[in-house]
Design a protein around this ligand. Structure first.
Ligand SMILES: Nc1nc2c(ncn2[C@@H]2O[C@H](COP(=O)(O)OP(=O)(O)O)[C@@H](O)[C@H]2O)c(=O)[nH]1
Ligand SMILES: [Mg+2]
Length: 290
């Protein structure tokens, strides 16, 4: 009998959730940034072997929302906890011990998943400290394949019987267009400073996979006219850098060449607009008045 499970990666912003997802999958699927709150929408990655399939769900970080986008991010993170069989609660080893997960989510509706504490960034503490922490939870580091493998073995062993929900060779559940916008955002987090990456979002206008190279046209949105100039940069240098970063990631994921065309536009206040957020894939929940 095959085994199947959904495992959510939860924790505070910057705990290393997306990095761990990528290390488990051996692919740079989810965007990673040293800046907090880069992940806005859950990213699912699939790990299959001969007789088991795990869908890992990389969730937005658990934080106190300051504006509507962050409210949506928190709702998505809490929703992800509800649909998981197992929750990996990630906490950086240098900041151990982890508080109880319940402390981060006093507003969460009850969920039934088992919670496993995973200390991330194990390479940033001493071997002695790692051993101490291993007594209370898993310890991983993206620089140690052994620690990633050990975690996967443990998770596979805990899976319940169930049919595969996805083809065995699928890596992701979301369409390639989604990853175009994610990698453009990763590039923005890399190339832009301060508040700008947070005011940045991307939308795919055209995706023609029948063309060789694959032709993709995307619009990059910021909130103010002054931000537009910064995203474009001197003679378009910053925009080129953003496009190249995203294109290289996409080509690695697709295994073929991509021609990525980008335009920059202003969409004032999109982070606080329910209509704009719905358009960018952040669902409006029923219990909300706006
Ligand atoms: N030293 C070290 N840094 C890590 C590790 N995992 C993640 N990071 C870094 O921590 C930062 C946040 O990682 P990210 O995966 O985006 O965190 P998320 O916000 O929880 O998804 C990035 O700069 C990563 O490179 C690790 O195992 N060791
Ligand atoms: Mg992340």
């Amino acid at each position: 009998m095959p085994r199947f499970g959904r495992i959510a990666l939860a924790g505070r912003p910057n705990a290393g959730k997306s990095s761990l997802l990528n290390a488990i999958l051996g692919t740079h699927l989810s965007l990673v940034s040293p800046k907090a709150q880069a992940t806005r929408l859950p990213v699912s990655g699939i790990l299959s072997d001969a007789d088991s399939q795990i869908v890992f769900i990389d969730l937005p970080g658990l934080l106190e929302p300051a504006y509507l986008l962050q409210t949506r991010m928190r709702q998505l993170a809490l929703g992800g906890l509800r649909t998981a069989d197992v929750v990996l609660f990630l906490h950086p080893a240098p900041e151990a011990p982890a508080p109880p997960l319940a402390q981060l989510i006093p507003d969460a509706p009850p969920f039934t998943a088992d919670v496993i504490t995973v200390y991330t960034k194990g390479d940033l503490v001493t071997a002695g400290r790692r051993q101490e922490l291993e007594a209370t939870g898993a310890v991983t580091s993206v620089t140690s394949q052994r620690s990633i493998d050990a975690l996967v073995v443990r998770l596979r062993a805990g899976l319940r019987p169930g049919e595969f929900q996805f083809p065995a060779d699928d890596l992701a559940t979301q369409p390639m267009k989604f990853f175009v916008t994610e990698y453009l955002r990763e590039a923005a987090f890399d190339a832009l400073e301060d508040e700008l990456p947070y005011a940045f979002i991307a939308e795919v206008d055209e995706y023609r996979e029948e063309r060789k190279p694959v032709y993709i046209r995307a619009t990059l949105y910021v909130e103010r006219e002054s931000q537009k100039g910064i995203v474009i940069g001197h003679r378009g240098a910053t925009l080129r850098k953003i496009g190249t970063h995203a294109r290289v990631r996409l080509e690695a994921l697709l295994g073929e060449q991509v021609y990525l065309e980008t335009w920059v536009k202003v969409l004032p206040g999109w982070r606080r607009s329910a209509a704009a957020l719905a358009r960018f894939g952040f669902p409006v929940t029923a219990d909300e008045g706006d």
